[in-house]
Design a protein around this ligand. Structure first.
Ligand code: AHM
Ligand code: MG
Length: 334
């Protein structure tokens, strides 16, 4: 097989970016590489989910009170282990775990970063072969290097993220990550097992035609949200509607599509659950960071998601994210 040297691998890309910062230590590149490694292993299992007896409920309930699928457990273990064995991560927090995990070995306490992740988001979709994903978020620790990380390292507002990204296990497997310098997407080339730069410098169109929301909850939303959804469905000379409704129920796929094509994704609060379903630290903040870096916006309905000061690891938040002009439009209704 001829090897296409036009491609740039994830490692080549992150190392090349480092050259612009002679003082950089390379720890972030290392962390991203490890996330890519864990994701490759998860990808293999996700791809054979229909074949092996890893499918189905693990029989346990996660800290959110939801049933856990076996693949969630597998993915959680992979990310935790790979990050623990690497040299760049001092601790993790996961949607699947009750509390954060501080790595207390000598190598880890000298690492700069903590990583928060949802190892397998949209896992209700596994059984039916619909795309699922991993979401991650990286912060520089606030406690001194050389000590064991504490809760305050994890409870930072989203605007302090150093990097955030997601992996979508879809028709092809893709990893997209953002840093302060921009957003880039890498597709896994299964023939060589490498993440290859396929979507350089992703920008979110400032307007799109897609709105994504769970319509089943329509009558549980606030009036403002209901009015906005209704406006999305109406023909309107100013907004160019009606828009198209697309909702997979896998946030990674829904937001990925809207990021590339332009659109808005909403998981509002409902009468029974005023803070909605999504977790601020594992789901909202990473996507808020990525979409904002790509030129879009994200809010909890009151303030930018990235400015929310978290008080609990597993707190939930209403979430609205997408193309900037569609967000402007939404905010006139909220
Ligand atoms: P999960 O973390 O338990 O997988 O739940 C999160 C998922 C998101 O991917 C998706 O946007 C949402 O749940 C869908 O929820 P709903 O079925 O209530 O619309
Ligand atoms: Mg999730």
């Amino acid at each position: 097989m001829n090897f296409n040297r036009q491609i740039q691998t994830l490692d080549e890309f992150t190392i090349q970016q480092l050259r612009d910062f002679p003082e950089a230590t390379g720890e972030l590149s290392h962390l991203l590489r490890n996330i890519g490694l864990a994701a490759k292993r998860v990808n293999v299992e996700v791809n054979k989910a229909g074949l092996v007896d890893i499918l189905g409920d693990a029989g346990t309930i996660n800290v959110q009170g939801e049933e856990v699928k076996k693949l969630d457990v597998f993915a959680n273990d992979q990310f935790t282990r790979v990050l623990h064995h690497g040299i760049a991560c001092a601790g993790i927090a996961s949607e699947e775990l009750d509390d954060f995990v501080a790595f207390d070995d000598a190598k880890s306490i000298n690492s700069k970063y903590v990583c928060l992740f949802d190892p397998l988001d949209g896992s209700a979709n596994i059984d039916v072969n619909v795309s699922i994903g991993t979401i991650f978020s990286v912060y520089r620790r606030v406690t001194p290097v050389g000590t064991v990380v504490t809760r305050e390292d994890f409870l930072q507002p989203g605007n302090q993220q150093v990097a955030a990204g997601y992996v979508v296990y879809g028709s092809s497997t893709m990893m997209v990550y953002a840093t302060r310098r921009g957003v880039n997407g890498f597709t896994l080339d299964p023939s060589i097992g490498e993440w290859t730069l396929s979507h350089p410098d992703i920008t979110c169109p400032d307007k799109g035609r897609i709105y994504s929301v769970n319509h089943g909850n329509f009558f549980k939303y606030d009036e403002g949200v209901r009015n906005y959804i209704t406006a999305c469905q109406q023909k309107d000379k100013t907004n160019g509607g009606p828009y198209t409704q697309r909702y997979i129920g896998s946030m990674v796929s829904d937001v990925h599509r809207n990021l590339i094509k332009g659109g808005i994704f909403m998981y509002p609060g409902t009468t029974g659950k005023p803070n909605g379903k999504l977790r601020l630290l594992y789901e909202c903040n990473p996507f808020a960071f990525i979409v904002t870096k790509a030129g879009g916006r994200a809010t909890n309905g009151t303030i930018p998601t990235l400015d929310v000061i978290p008080t609990e690891l597993h707190q939930r938040s209403p979430f609205f994210v997408g193309s900037s002009r569609m967000m402007d439009e939404l905010e006139t209704y909220l």
